[in-house]
Ligand binder design. Sequence first.
Ligand code: BGC
Length: 741
Amino acid sequence: MKKLLTIAALLALVSCSTAPKLSEAEQEAYKFADKLIAKMTLREKLGQLQQFTTSSADITGPDGVQRDAEACVRNGEVGSFLSIRTTEEMHHLQKVAVEQSRMGIPLIFGYDIIHGCRIIFPENLGAACSWNIEAIEHAARIAAEESAAFGFHWTFSPMCDISADARWGRVSEGAGEDPYLGAKIAAAIVRGYQGDDLASDKTIAACVKHFAAYGAPQAGRDYHTVDMSEMMFRDRYLPPYKAALEAGAVTVMSSFNDFMGVPASGNRWLMHTLLREELGFTGFVVSDYNAVHEQVAHGTAADGKDAAQQAMNAHLNMDMVYGDYINHGEQLVAEGKVSESTIDQLCREVLAVKYRLGLFDDPFKYGRQDHAEVMYRPENLQYARQVAAQSMVLLKNSGVLPLKEGTKIALVGPLADAPRDQLGAWRGFGEPEHSVTIREGLEERFGRQNILYAKGSDFRAPIKGGITEALRAARKADVVLLSIGLSCKESGEATSLTDISVPEPQQALLDALKGTGKPIVVLLGTGRAMDIRNEVDKSDALLVTWHGGTMEGAAVADLVSGDANPSGHLAMSFPYCVGQSPIHYSMKTTGRPRNGIEHNEKYLSRYMHAPNEPLFPFGYGLSYTEFDYSDLQVLTPEVEMDDTVKICVTVTNRGKYDGDDVAQLYVRDVVAQTTRPMRELKGFERFSLKAGEQRTITFELPTSSLAYCHTDHSFKTDPGTFKIWVGADSNATLEAEFTVK
Ligand code: BGC
């Protein structure tokens, strides 16, 4: 007992002695929290560390023990709820909390607003393909405003997990495979949600998830073990989480997976040493759904009590759903396994966020507005349409797109008129009845009489007479638009796949339509990268529409008609086949790189019957016009350490259409202390050029952005030569170099 007390006391001491620096706002919030804590019982403090759902809430994980939510609130045994679906229920529970619980502490309500609340934007991987950071920030702002009007204070977003494995369904929730792009997007989303004033009734708290490395489960199977070196973690996985924290995110979610052998929720190195001491995080951490208790299934905790002890001492503030904190906290303190000062610290951090959200000033200020006035604002719908169009990626076009006026279109496929599926996974409060489907979008743009619709097939099963009906439509039309891919149920959490090709019945539909000789435009709806060799082969054009959200259909009509010009670029490589997974452009060379050697290849790093390269690389995307990149110049061929490298390139629109493109800068450290990626994205600029127009783009590259994790885990830039490439995808060929002295 004495020994345990000493350990607990020591842990408490560690957390105090190395506490991160607090801003003025945080100091004020902590002071306020401390005054409350002084008056709270241990059980009330534990209550602030407990989050539950209610019986009418949206269930997003295995069912927890059903509790009387109202009684828990009244007794001060819960501080937060997730996934409640009505403003009324939240309002009611808040009233019980402030009027009937002894301390009157307001509840904090969270929800998975992942890519929109009422207005649903494209799934995050799609939006990332816009490379439009401002638009992504603005979309998050719209989502925050709608959520706050609903009554939510907090969203479990952004998901900052880098992943290069298309078998993992949750790639749809992130920004793709690249840490640099991922970091820019993560920070933008946090800015969008939180704005400059967390206490405003138009902003909500962000939650950086899933900390950490959840995007690298073995074999792409969700919730599976993650095993990687600290070096790899710091170089590839940490940057988006870090950027989101630097943007001011006030909460973090622990991931389900283990990390270096210890489940994240009980991993003190992650939750305290890295997050608090190194990254200076001062907000609170919520576990993922039941993740505290799941340490038992992981085999690192004996029971719920042990699980709570490990999580509390790891510095995890809030237990999502299961109840281990409230069930065992008092006993743990009584036995000296967790110190009361640790509980105080965990509680202080939760209360401080509630304070900063303004909940103590007015617990009802969120969720009071008239919904109808805030939701579905026409200008916001218009914005969603534009974001959806900019997200879509044209991967092939033999010239059939854009369609000519008056074209008769056979519109076929399970996603052509699928108002629910186009909203994707985590649709928030999106309503299928508000979706503009592809069918509706095309009918509006081309006239109803010009659209011949036939579903043709279900996602994974043929429909009786479906192909015959589709062929009939195709024969009467000038062109076939074939809207195929994956349903919303095959995107997001718990949707791992071992086959990432378009399901067989839909391929059969494509094969049959090909027989008509009509030009075929494939519209690929998906939340992940896929093996699309067959679709590329058999189509005349292929546009990845993703699950494009509420306005998907209008955006598709804008693009196929040429009213808008495709400008999306892949944020995730499309593999040649599933066997290449995980695959990303920034892989390392190995000691036996292939490098285009054509003979005696046996002992090189390669596959026997497939290429090493993906079918479409990261950064790739076509336009109706042609962009030309020339005159790459390094204006500062030699720089001192801590200087900025200046690089410029000329971009010219040589085609007939105005358009947008994304200039991308890739770098390689030629000789480094550790093995480095072949290329790494270090800058990009989305730009617009009118047909025939030309301009110069300048990149400024601080030498600090070339830093990487060394063998001693220090993060620094080496002097030496760096190669660069600039162009419109990760295979860019314009090449130059510079030296850091
Ligand atoms: C997911 C989280 C989500 C949470 C709450 C979990 O199953 O992994 O991303 O925020 O549920 O819904």
